[in-house]
Design a protein around this ligand. Structure first.
Ligand SMILES: Cc1cc2nc3c(=O)[nH]c(=O)nc-3n(C[C@H](O)[C@H](O)[C@H](O)COP(=O)(O)OP(=O)(O)OC[C@H]3O[C@@H](n4cnc5c(N)ncnc54)[C@H](O)[C@@H]3O)c2cc1C
Length: 585
């Protein structure tokens, strides 16, 4: 049997959980703004930390900070480009890595979202889908040419400031960069008076100026021509935080509600059930496990990015050992055409999570209100950014400027009730299934030590209120009677025999004696087997649904993507990857 080990990467150094106070004498460039998008085309850890600190600590409103309802929520986006070598040094795979920092800082209202983009800068710039407020660049750290500067211009709005970090040794490179910038529509600015004097430094050493003040060389993007927008299909003006209604209180709805609330939205989450996590998200425990593929398919990459983000949420919001555990997971692949047909891969990033706990933790944000017993039968569009939700008696439930359909299989039917015809939504399928589970002794050497995935899955040990439990499955049909339910249990046991024979042996008596419990749920999938995220209608109707069997791995990522689009913020994913989730464009 072949066995491999996958390295999973979590850069901890940049995620300083306790940001300490420093006095900041420079007027930060974002003054008064609630969202600030800062693109650094190079990587300088110290500079990133300085900016983060200043953001978290700068605040005219700090005095009101305890009153989270009254204080404006502020988001700083820092997007930094790392070369593949720098990525390797930080244990970061090529691609984008969204790190949520500053949330453990004293203020709940002040978040920093750091997106580290590993790859060649020219490629990264093409994959960014936002307009920066400030861009910092080095003349020498990036091989600038006409195409790279044009790609940079596509990340700018009219008025974006561009700060060029200069060095005594890099004057030649600066001169050619100046020409390229002015050809691309950037207009040179006079040196700001508060700028500290430049000191000579080696090209790789950041200059001794404050990270927050414009350096001597600065530009404004202000081309003399109209800025083309036809290739910016996903860019729409930011919807300012207001009131949003989210339908569905499962992983999809709760994750979106949380992503929006962190940006200052007041979110009403409606669900037909009395409690959150009453649908598929009510499973006793689920696995978050990477999925390898020979060509590292978009699905594999999305799941990896999603797990990276969900880990951060779990670490921040859940109790380890009780609500989740980053146990790692062994993934089994079986190839029938090979003599040695079992391949095991160890994924350290695998984890089990109790989805209901995560849903409730997300919904606990002070700007979120949950309202159960509310079945939404119809939606109507009553003018710009005005959506009305109706119940089965055709009574008005609520009016909202922003609505997110996160009600799994119900989203498709509900979208069809809109007064505006919606054509973009792919059909969704409902796949029911049964999980088998039961209680176990706290210590039992016959059980696997860690979760196993691949041919069904097994979580050998997780806590339920009544004691330690195991869970395995699942099937892909719904049992219609007791006899069929027993067949589902047998099916789960058979798969467990292949997946983890020792545990199957230990449990076979439980199955024979009917000491096994069941949990039935419905997965909602579309033909792409990937979530549907995006805009159903330009003026404020959004969707986050079809999470399939991967709700734990993909809900936080989809939610972050949706909230980034609503607020015209940097995406947590490269554009080419994100488009696999988009229902529009
Ligand atoms: C057997 C099984 C095993 C699974 N195992 C795993 C696993 O190990 N790992 C993993 O990541 N995922 C797993 N999943 C998938 C995971 O459970 C789902 O991806 C996830 O829960 C979907 O979340 P959701 O919020 O989209 O849907 P749901 O949790 O179903 O939430 C939808 C909510 O919308 C509400 N609703 C629907 N229509 C309306 C309406 N018109 N008005 C008001 N409310 C409405 C419903 O009441 C429901 O609460 C499994 C699923 C099943 C069925």
């Amino acid at each position: 049997m072949a066995r491999t080990q996958r390295r999973d990467t979590y850069p901890q150094r940049l995620k300083k959980s306790h940001i300490t106070a420093t006095s900041n004498k420079v007027q930060p460039p974002w003054s008064g703004q609630n969202v600030w998008r800062w693109l650094l085309t190079f990587y300088d850890e110290q500079q990133l930390q300085d900016i983060q600190k200043a953001w978290v600590l700068d605040t005219e409103e700090a005095k009101d900070a305890k009153n989270t309802i009254a204080t404006p929520f502020k988001t700083l986006h820092l997007v930094a480009c790392l070369s593949p070598q720098q990525g390797q040094a930080q244990h970061l795979d090529p691609g984008f890595h969204r790190l949520e920092v500053g949330l453990d800082a004293p203020l709940l209202t002040r978040q920093v979202l750091l997106t580290l983009c590993v790859g060649q800068v020219a490629d990264t710039l093409k994959e960014l889908e936002f307009e920066a407020d400030v861009v910092s660049l080095h003349a020498t750290a990036t091989p600038w040419n006409r195409w790279t500067v044009q790609a940079l211009a596509r990340c700018c709005r009219r008025g974006t400031q561009v700060w060029v970090e200069s060095h005594a040794e890099s004057q030649e490179a600066e001169s050619s960069l100046m020409v390229l910038l002015s050809q691309a529509g950037f207009v040179a600015q006079a040196a700001p008076s508060q700028t500290a004097p430049q000191t000579a430094a080696t090209p790789n050493t950041p200059p001794q100026t404050s990270a927050l003040s414009a350096p001597a060389l600065s530009y404004t993007y202000d081309p003399q021509w109209d800025i083309k927008t036809q290739r910016r299909i996903w860019r729409s003006p930011a919807q300012e935080p207001g009131h949003c209604t989210v339908l569905g209180a499962g992983l999809a709805g709760a994750s979106v509600a949380y992503a929006l609330a962190r940006r200052g939205w007041r979110v009403l989450v409606l669900d037909a059930a009395s409690m959150p996590a009453a649908g598929a998200s009510g499973l006793p425990a689920g696995l978050m496990a990477p999925q390898d593929s020979r060509d590292d398919s978009p699905r594999s990459r999305l799941i990896r990015a999603g797990i990276e983000l969900t880990h951060q949420h779990a670490q921040r919001l859940l109790i380890e050992g009780q609500d989740w555990a980053p146990t790692g997971v062994m993934t089994l692949q079986m190839a029938e055409d090979l003599a040695d047909n079992r391949t095991e891969t160890w994924h350290p990033s695998g984890a089990w999570i109790r989805p209901g706990q995560l849903v409730r933790a997300w919904l606990a944000h002070p700007l979120i209100t949950f309202q159960g017993h509310t079945y939404v039968a119809r939606i109507s569009h009553e003018g710009p950014q005005s959506w009305k939700l109706w119940d089965t008696q055709d009574q008005l439930i609520n009016t909202s400027s922003c609505v997110v359909l996160a009600n799994a299989g119900g989203a498709f039917e509900l979208a069809k009730t809109c007064t505006t015809p919606l054509t973009k939504l792919p059909a969704m399928e409902q796949l029911q299934g049964v999980l088998s589970w039961g209680y176990r002794e706290a210590e039992d050497p016959n059980f696997a030590m860690h979760p196993v995935n691949g041919y069904g899955s097994l979580i050998p040990k997780f806590p339920m209120p009544e004691g330690w439990a195991w869970i395995t499955g699942a099937t892909y049909e719904v049992p219609r009677n007791e006899l069929e339910l027993q067949q589902h249990h047998q099916h789960n046991l058979e798969r467990l025999r292949q997946l983890q024979p020792r545990t199957a042996e230990a449990l076979s008596e439980n199955f024979e004696q009917n000491h096994v419990q069941h949990w039935v749920g419905t997965r909602c999938v579309n033909s792409k087997r990937l979530p549907c995220v995006g805009s159903l209608e330009a003026s404020g109707l959004w969707i986050h649904a079809a999470l399939g069997s991967r709700g734990l791995s993909l809900s936080a990522l989809g939610a972050e993507l949706l909230a980034s689009r609503i607020g015209a913020e940097p995406w947590p994913l490269p554009k080419d990857l994100a488009q696999h989730l988009m229902v529009d464009g």
